[in-house]
Design a protein around this ligand. Structure first.
Ligand SMILES: Cc1cc2nc3c(=O)[nH]c(=O)nc-3n(C[C@H](O)[C@H](O)[C@H](O)COP(=O)(O)OP(=O)(O)OC[C@H]3O[C@@H](n4cnc5c(N)ncnc54)[C@H](O)[C@@H]3O)c2cc1C
Length: 508
């Protein structure tokens, strides 16, 4: 691979003689590491787990492969940017397949709705539910594009280090009705209850209740239309593997099975990190890909400087996730690659999850069937699945030792009764992650699936900043920091950190 050699030569010409650490190897961490390497830093990426990727790690059981977290790839050009840093082309390493349908919705009454790559095909699907909403959908898309032009093009790469930057955006945010919630906005344009549900789900993909998430997140409609919805052959784990190869080939040090216990401070600067083997390693700067609330509560010890975020009781966290992984000894070809299986209740179910924090009798699910696109995920003639069920985070008082096995049985039974007949007879290699696992494995505060929730008062300037306002060399590129969760969000977070570090280290 001549590109690797070329990039090594360029790297040695720009070496800065400064050492930077990245805590955590999620997409935000890996992207930060690559960007920092390109700037000329010596880079050490530290990950507490035995493999890289964070929520995007991979599980394998008896021939069944599962991406543990993200599966829907949007805005793939953000990966091009990472390969291009080293004069490489993504297409030589990764194969992104466009999907059709993007998602199949299965409603409680058995009706199905395919959300498809072409607007015309989507409109035909909407017309089966409501002619009026077919018109409304076009208007919703136009509104989403207007939000995208501000929210994505102007805000997603801004560091928001001063409140003034936020104030400057207020007139446009008001004009776009950002005070509305996503479902408030969708309901303005769509009247059919099924369509309202289907087009409101996007905040759930980044950890928010559509009934409380700011309508800025309705930009995802247009983002999907602009760049499409893809599956990476080999899975999201294949992207992680290729980014790891890219990091190693370019001299990034990777430490696995290494937990950062403490960020060591002296005179408002980070001087180094204390690792779980008690070793202290000195660094000139640190980027946290770890969950910001955990970083502040557990990794910065001793007397804190001024508070940098709301007090803990006021922070709203995303929901928890119960993720059920299994294989099937036969295939279910009628199940689409991405299926959203919805219960009758929507608003009240989400209220139980987000506000009441109680485990309801009913649930809504997202089903991933990678074998619909890539047979390598399961033995021949079999299917691999994961089912994601939003549940309360650990602020709800749920005993997962007891409730986990019960929920597993209920989900398998419901799927067996609806879109996967006789699933109970062919299911095998079943295991799951509950919010306790998110806390234990990823050190996610309260076991939240996506860090803090994307409500208005926790977005942009109000979210964890990409640079600590008081500690001069501590940065954040993570789902809990601006702009937020989801692969595009954390990849943009790393871009912002690069901008800020360039300024701080005078690398422009
Ligand atoms: C089940 C699920 C499905 C999802 N589906 C999608 C999807 O389809 N599309 C999409 O775009 N997004 C999706 N998301 C959201 C997306 O996966 C996340 O927002 C994103 O991957 C988070 O990346 P991150 O860079 O913040 O790091 P994370 O993935 O959160 O990784 C942080 C890393 O830091 C490590 N760490 C923490 N503390 C320490 C420490 N002290 N020392 C060392 N290491 C530490 C953790 O072990 C972890 O590896 C999904 C998320 C989940 C959970």
């Amino acid at each position: 691979m001549p590109g690797f050699f070329l990039s090594k030569i360029l790297y040695s010409q720009t070496k800065l003689n400064k050492h930077i650490a990245i805590i955590g190897s999620g997409f935000g961490g890996l992207a930060s590491a690559l960007r920092m390497k390109k700037l000329g830093f010596e880079v050490t990426l530290i990950e507490r787990l035995g493999s890289l990727g964070g929520r995007a790690r991979v599980f394998e059981r008896k021939g069944y492969k599962h991406d543990a977290g993200p599966t829907v790839i949007t805005a793939p050009f953000l990966f091009d940017e990472l390969f291009e840093l080293f004069h490489l082309k993504t297409k030589d390493y990764l194969d992104f397949k466009p999907l059709d349908p993007w998602y199949r919705f299965h409603f409680h009454n058995g009706q199905e709705f395919d959300y498809r790559p072409s607007i015309e095909d989507t409109i035909k699907e909407i017309e089966r539910f409501s002619k009026e909403d077919a018109v409304g959908y076009r208007e919703l898309l136009k509104h989403s594009e207007r939000i995208f032009n501000i929210g994505y093009l102007k805000l997603s790469d801004k560091p928001f280090s001063s409140f003034w930057e936020m104030v400057k955006q207020i007139p446009s945010l008001l004009k776009l009705q950002s005070y509305l919630t996503v479902s408030g906005l969708v309901n303005k344009y769509l009247k059919n209850s099924f369509m309202r549900k289907a087009f409101s789900i996007h905040p759930l993909l980044v950890g928010g209740d559509p009934h409380t998430t700011t309508s800025i997140y309705a930009l995802i409609h247009y983002l999907e239309r602009k760049w499409g919805v893809y599956f990476c052959m080999g899975g999201t784990g294949k992207i992680i593997q290729e980014l790891e190869n890219l990091a190693l080939s370019n001299g990034i040090n990777i430490m696995k099975n290494t937990d950062v216990n403490e960020i060591i401070l002296e005179n408002n600067s980070v001087t180094g990190l204390r690792l779980n083997n008690k070793e202290i390693v000195n660094f000139n700067a640190v980027i946290c890909n770890a969950d910001p609330p955990t970083v502040y509560a557990e990794m910065i010890k001793g007397k804190r400087l001024k508070r940098t975020f709301k007090p803990e009781p006021l922070i709203q966290y995303s929901m928890g996730l119960f993720v059920l992984f299994f294989g099937t000894k036969k295939q279910f070809p009628s199940v689409a690659h991405h299926t959203i299986w919805m219960s009758e209740r929507f608003k009240d179910l989400l209220k139980d999850i987000f506000q009441n924090k109680k485990l309801s009798e009913d649930f809504s699910l997202y089903l991933h069937r990678p074998t619909a696109t890539d047979p390598s995920f399961a033995p021949q003639g079999c299917d691999s699945f994961y089912v994601l069920c939003p549940v309360p985070n650990l602020l709800g008082n749920i005993n997962w030792e007891i409730e986990g096995p019960k929920l597993k049985d209920k989900i398998i039974k419901e799927l067996s009764n609806t879109i996967m007949p006789n699933l109970e007879d062919v299911v095998e290699e079943v295991f799951w992650m509950d919010p306790n696992d998110f806390k234990k494995d990823y050190r996610s505060m309260h076991g939240a699936g996506f860090s803090i929730a994307p409500i208005f008062s926790q977005s942009a300037w109000f979210r964890y900043h990409n640079k600590d306002p008081q500690i001069k060399n501590l940065y954040f590129a993570a789902a809990g920091s601006h702009p937020g969760a989801g692969i595009p969000g954390v990849l943009c977070s790393a871009k912002i950190v690069e901008k800020v570090i360039k300024e701080d280290f005078k690398l422009n």
